[in-house]
Design a protein. Structure first.
Length: 254
């Protein structure tokens, strides 16, 4: 039973009690026994009494109807309260789930932040190592360039020595070929060339190429060798002619 219904019934009971109390007082004042028909008091007619009775019954029916309406409203309110409670419980469950999810997300974010911090430290270490490697690379590059310069200098000096020796050999060969040509032509051979004695002028000429490049030295040596080959061909021709002449003379003598 709803709170409103209880209030209505309580009001009706109070009215009934009040009416009964007034009726009892009136009966005592009139000297009428309890249970006497009210119409005998001549306070109202039978029709008025019937109207009052009907009004009372109507009010009772109205109270019953109001009670039914109140009970229906109470049921609806209770149903709404239960539905609201279910919604509240559902919302509380969702809220708890969201809180759990939020806690999980906070933990995940915390772990991500830890991982990011580790990655940053790793990247920093890698950057430092990369810088060290770059410094080492530059140092090695400088050492390699220095070593290459040393090797290039040694190679250049060695090439100069080889070129000088080839030049010396070429000149010696040229001198010997010249002596042989002089002998083949019946001329007096150059004793200095024969003995390998060089003049100061020739020595200064031999040492007069300190600034020539390797390519220029090769071209110069190639020219000297070609000249020697030409002289050798000339010498071969003279020797062949002399040999033929000697063979002819031997044939005539025999």
């Amino acid at each position: 039973m709803s709170y409103i219904t209880l209030l209505v019934l309580a009001s009706i009971n109070l009215v009934n009690v009040s009416l009964k109390t007034e009726l009892g007082k009136m009966q005592q004042a009139l000297g009428v026994e309890d249970g006497t028909d009210p119409t005998s008091f001549k306070l109202c007619s039978r029709d008025e009494y019937d109207d009052i009775t009907k009004e009372k019954e109507r009010l009772v029916q109205e109270v019953r109807q109001l009670k039914k309406v109140a009970d229906s409203k109470h049921k609806q309110i209770k149903k709404l309260q239960l539905h609201h409670q279910d919604q509240v419980r559902e919302m509380e469950g969702r809220l708890m789930q969201e809180e759990d999810n939020a806690v999980g997300l906070r933990e995940e974010i915390k772990n991500k932040e830890v991982d990011i911090a580790k990655m940053r430290k790793t990247l920093k270490d890698l950057a430092e190592q990369n810088q060290d490697l770059l410094s080492l690379k530059m140092t090695l590059h400088e050492k390699i360039k220095k070593q290459e310069r040393v090797i290039s200098s040694e190679k250049f000096q060695l090439n100069q020595r080889v070129a000088k020796e080839l030049s010396e050999c070429t000149k010696e060969m040229q001198n010997l070929v010249q002596v042989c040509l002089q002998s083949a032509e019946g001329l007096e051979p150059n004793v200095s060339m024969l003995l390998g004695i060089r003049s100061n002028s020739s020595m200064s000429v031999d040492e007069g190429h300190p600034t020539e490049t390797e390519e220029e030295a090769r071209k110069r040596l190639l020219g000297d060798l070609q000249q020697i080959r030409q002289n050798i061909d000339i010498l071969r021709g003279h020797l062949s002619d002399k040999y033929a002449e000697s063979v002819g003379n031997n044939c005539i003598t025999q």
